[in-house]
Design a protein. Structure first.
Length: 325
């Protein structure tokens, strides 16, 4: 009976999307969860032990009559003192060792890892593969270690995948790395856990773990979608991929930047008082050198996409803009 109770408690407190921890889907999660559970059970054990002893001692050794004398004054007990020094010391060393080893393992990607570049920018993630393909969601094959090399084009961001137990700051002006080893297929939430600034909590993305064959298929489609899809549809995908939607609506709603609805062909007033016709050249310039002309009523906060969006992508994006009447 006790065994089954303990068993169900371990399930309740344990791994795989229980009460304490989210589901675990990476080999990197195992040592993290093991250490967490180790510390948790030590805390539960000593909490119960100390409470029970405290209550027993209060009952057993309390003064029973007002004039009762203290029985004795114990000043020293070597056996007891050594015990309560050695046991906590051993536990602290064990926790240190598990933490240190776990940290070193998390900091050292396996040599055969698949590399993906991660670019963080207000307010989206872009994942780029060595073959030039890029996407707004991170697609990886199952059972393969993946090493992310991350940088930011603007402010501090922080890349967090709870199911993999990995979290790493993404810092402008330097590269940081993190790695994981997905153990099963599925979709896993990506968060930005940087708190200062307004849009980090909107930087939601996913890690999509495919089987090997599905991954190859995805890579093939993603590498050629501009050639395979109708231009406006491909343009809508580009719009999604680069996070334009974080600042530009396509339905007329206001935002950090002007809505794209009905933008094509109008005469856009600029902060200088001049006007500019929204055509291919202006859109292209706005994407590559956003600070060149600033639309009246807006702040010059658009990041440049120079070196990130290629000509084909700008081409289909323009076709998409034309359809937003
Ligand atoms: Cu962020």
């Amino acid at each position: 009976m006790l065994a089954s109770l303990l068993g169900s408690m371990a399930g309740f407190l344990g791994q795989g999307g229980g009460f304490w921890l989210p589901e675990a889907a990476s080999k990197t999660a195992e040592p993290v969860d093991a250490l967490f559970n180790f510390v948790l059970w030590i805390c539960i054990f000593f909490f119960v032990l100390i409470c029970v002893l405290m209550i027993l001692f209060v009952m057993r050794f309390r003064r029973q009559r007002p004039d009762e004398e203290a029985l004795s004054q114990v000043e020293h007990n070597s056996a007891l003192e050594i015990t309560w020094t050695v046991i906590p010391l051993a536990l602290a060393i064990a926790i240190f060792w598990m933490g240190f080893k776990g940290y070193m393992d998390l900091a050292t990607p396996p040599a055969n890892s698949m590399g993906v570049q991660v670019q963080a920018q207000k307010w989206s993630w872009l994942f780029s593969y060595p073959n030039g393909v890029s996407a707004a969601e991170l697609h990886v094959p199952e059972d393969t270690p993946v090493k992310l090399t991350m940088s930011s084009s603007d402010v501090l961001h922080s890349f967090f995948v709870p199911a993999f137990r990995i979290k790493q700051d993404v810092v402008p002006g330097r590269y940081t790395t993190v790695w994981f080893h997905p153990t099963r297929t599925g979709e896993f939430q990506v968060y930005c856990t940087e708190y200062c600034g307004k849009g980090h909590s909107d930087m939601l993305s996913k890690v999509i773990v495919h089987s090997r064959t599905d991954y190859d298929k995805w890579m093939d489609e993603e590498g050629n979608f501009i050639d395979k899809m109708p231009a406006p549809e491909a343009g809508a995908k580009v719009f999604q991929k680069y996070g334009c939607k974080q600042c530009h609506s396509v339905d007329g709603a206001g935002g950090t930047g002007p809505t794209f609805k009905g933008l094509w062909g109008i005469d856009q007033p600029l902060t200088t008082g001049a006007k500019v016709k929204v055509d291919e050249n202006y859109v292209r310039e706005s994407i590559l050198q956003p600070q060149a002309k600033i639309a009246a009523g807006y702040e010059p906060v658009m990041p440049t996409f120079q070196g990130r969006m290629n000509d084909k992508e700008i081409g289909v994006l323009i076709e998409y803009l034309k359809t937003l009447k």
